[in-house]
Ligand binder design. Structure first.
Ligand code: HEC
Length: 230
C-alpha cells in the first residue's frame, strides 16, 4: 500500500511549521525594530541605539575571535534578578539593544561577569569599597586587566591576553600607549616598555563602547541598588 498521499503533505507541513516558528513569527515580532527616537522642540533627538562604525567595530571582531563570549554574556536579565543588583546594568537588555549588531555577541557562558554595560560609568562587579578595584575602569585599567588580570583584580581567574602586547626598547620619550601602572613584578627590563597591539587597542575601544544603560520604553532603567555584598 502506498503512503505517498500522507508522506509528501507531511514533509511539506513539517517544513511550513518550522519556517513559521523560526523565521516568520520572529521576523514579525522583531524584524521591524528601529532606534527609539524622542521628539523635542520639533527635532528628532536622542536616538538609541546607534550603529557602530568605529575602532570599536574592529574590536568586536577581536572579541569574537579571541572567544571572550565563551565566558562573558552581554545580556542583563530582568530587574528582579541579581544582575541589576550586582551592578551589571541599570535595566534588563531587550531585543532593541541589538538591532545594529550582526551578529549580536550574546555569549555562551558566565564564568566572568556580564559585559553588556562594561563601558558605562555605573558598571560594578564588587562592593564599592573593594580595595583592589576602582569604581570606573578606564582604558588604562582595561589594558592592564587584559595583559595580566591579577595585576588589577587580585583573585582573577581570567586568562591573560599578554600575547596581544609586545615588549620593545624605548625610543625617544617612549610610546604614549605603553602600559602604565604595572606592578613591580611585571615591569619589563630597564629601557623597555610594553605596548598594546592594534588588536588590543581595538578590543579596549569595543569594551568601553559597551553601554546599554539608556532607558527604553520597553525597559526603563531602574534606580541603582546597593552593590553586591553590601
Ligand atoms: C576562561 C574564561 C574567560 C575568558 C575566555 C575571558 N574572561 Fe574576562 N573574565 C573572566 C573572569 C572569571 C572574570 C572576573 C575576574 C576578573 O575581574 O578578572 C573576568 C572579568 C572580565 C572583565 C571585567 C573586569 C572588571 O572587573 O572590570 C572584563 C572587561 C573582561 N573579563 C574582558 C574579557 C575579554 C575582552 C576577553 C577576551 C579577550 C575575556 N574577558 C575572556 C573570565 C574570562
Amino acid at each position: 500500500m502506498s503512503h505517498s498521499g500522507i508522506i509528501f503533505p507531511g514533509i511539506i507541513a513539517c517544513f511550513a511549521v518550522s519556517l513559521t516558528a523560526t523565521v516568520i513569527v520572529p521576523n514579525a515580532q522583531l524584524g521591524s525594530l528601529s532606534p527609539e527616537f524622542k521628539e523635542e522642540d520639533g527635532r528628532v533627538v536622542d536616538s538609541y541605539p546607534v550603529a557602530d562604525v568605529s575602532l570599536a567595530a574592529r574590536g568586536k571582531e577581536v572579541y569574537v575571535s579571541q572567544g571572550c563570549q565563551s565566558c562573558h554574556t552581554q545580556v542583563v536579565r530582568g530587574s528582579d534578578t541579581a544582575d541589576v543588583e550586582r551592578g551589571w546594568g541599570a535595566r534588563k537588555t531587550v531585543p532593541r539593544d541589538y538591532i545594529f549588531e550582526n551578529p549580536p555577541v550574546i555569549g555562551a557562558g558566565r564564568l566572568g561577569p556580564d559585559l553588556a554595560n562594561i563601558g558605562s560609568k555605573s558598571w560594578r562587579n564588587e562592593p564599592a569599597d573593594d580595595p583592589y578595584k576602582p569604581e570606573k575602569r578606564d582604558a588604562d585599567w582595561q589594558m592592564l586587566h587584559l595583559y595580566h588580570p591579577t595585576a588589577v583584580s587580585k583573585l582573577s581567574n581570567m586568562p591573560s591576553y599578554s600575547f596581544l602586547f609586545k615588549t620593545h626598547r624605548i625610543a625617544g620619550s617612549g610610546d604614549k600607549d605603553a602600559l602604565k601602572g604595572l606592578p613591580k613584578s611585571l615591569l619589563p627590563q630597564e629601557g623597555f616598555e610594553i605596548i598594546p597591539s592594534a588588536d588590543a587597542k581595538a578590543l579596549v575601544a569595543y569594551l568601553l563602547s559597551l553601554d546599554r544603560s539608556h532607558s527604553l520604553k520597553e525597559a526603563p532603567a531602574v534606580a541603582a541598588t546597593a552593590p553586591a555584598g553590601k
